[in-house]
Design a protein around this ligand. Structure first.
Ligand SMILES: C[S@@+](CC[C@H](N)C(=O)[O-])C[C@H]1O[C@@H](n2cnc3c(N)ncnc32)[C@H](O)[C@@H]1O
Length: 278
């Protein structure tokens, strides 16, 4: 085991990583947000005034919230990520800041707090304390993410499962990402009646090179590449997948792999003490 310890706070902070992020990360399907909005609708106190997307990255998880909420505040600790987000939308404000310190948001003012594909980076206790402060009584807290992927191409899938990207590379450098591998089965919300659900996986048709771009956008892949025993992981994966899919590539130069990402949520509601919508 080498002693390389990546500085997690610096991840997603470089220009390159945030550009890779906006280019190669999947966006989330409408059916995911239908689930989010239905959960909010069931709240006794939701007035659709304000949603806060914590660790918003470059805004993929933020934009869909503006369809339902009058105002959306999106926060991320990386200025570079925020700089890639669309800045022209009057009902969304993007801010650089920490998930543990949202003091620019008043206590008890928020209908919905979301965290998309980021909770596994957090110190849960510190985040829950701040989320609870800003949520209205009856407000919703929803953590969701996509998990490690599989391919429909059998040999490519055997390879990627063998490589076990997440546990071999991610977990080695950052054990908290085990939460992702476990699809948040070990995450507990501090609210009574919280629940965990999965929906139909996200399916993407990606060229082998674009899949390599996706791998390059993962923090763990960058750490692995930079570590003393590391090497160019995305490059290695592209070369191996081209070898494994040579028959398909031979007959179709634009051949795409079908990639399936599991989608899962953990949802809970701050107790409302019997309050109703005003
Ligand atoms: C994988 S990205 C997810 C971005 C976006 N929510 C999405 O779904 O595309 C994780 C993001 O979490 C941010 N992040 C990590 N720790 C954070 C913290 N403590 N406070 C605020 N943002 C944080 C990173 O800067 C990064 O942009």
């Amino acid at each position: 085991m080498d002693k390389f310890t990546p500085d997690h706070s610096q991840f997603f902070c470089s220009e390159d990583s945030s550009k890779l992020y906006i280019k190669y990360r999947p966006t989330y399907p409408d059916r995911l947000y239908e689930k989010v909005f239905k959960f909010c609708q069931e709240s006794e106190t939701c007035t659709w005034e304000l949603a806060v997307d914590v660790a918003c990255g470059s805004g993929q998880s933020t934009l869909p919230l503006a369809k339902f909420f009058k105002q959306v505040i999106a926060v991320d600790s990386s200025e570079k990520q925020i700089s890639q987000a669309p800045q022209h939308m009057s009902d969304i404000s993007f801010r650089c800041g920490s998930a543990y310190d949202l003091k620019f948001i008043s206590s008890g003012s928020v209908d919905l707090v979301t965290v998309a594909t980021a909770f596994h980076w957090f110190d849960p206790e510190r985040f829950f304390e701040e989320a609870d402060r800003i949520l209205k009584p009856g407000g919703s807290l929803i953590l969701y993410s996509f998990g490690p992927e599989s391919f429909t191409h059998p040999e490519a899938d055997r390879y990627i499962q063998y490589l076990n990207l997440s546990s071999k590379y991610v977990a080695k450098y950052y054990p908290a990402t085990e939460k992702l591998i476990n699809r948040y089965r070990d995450v507990t919300l501090p609210y009574p009646g919280w629940r965990r659900e999965e929906i139909e996986p996200l399916l993407y048709d990606l060229s082998i090179e674009d899949y390599g771009g996706f791998v390059a956008s993962l923090g763990s892949a960058q750490w692995f590449t930079d570590s003393p025993r590391g090497h160019d992981l995305p490059g290695e994966i592209i070369r191996t997948l081209r070898f494994l899919c040579w028959k398909e590539l031979d007959s179709d130069l634009d051949y795409k792999l079908t990639v399936s990402f599991p989608l899962f949520f953990v949802m809970g509601r701050k107790p409302n003490g019997g309050k109703k919508k005003q």
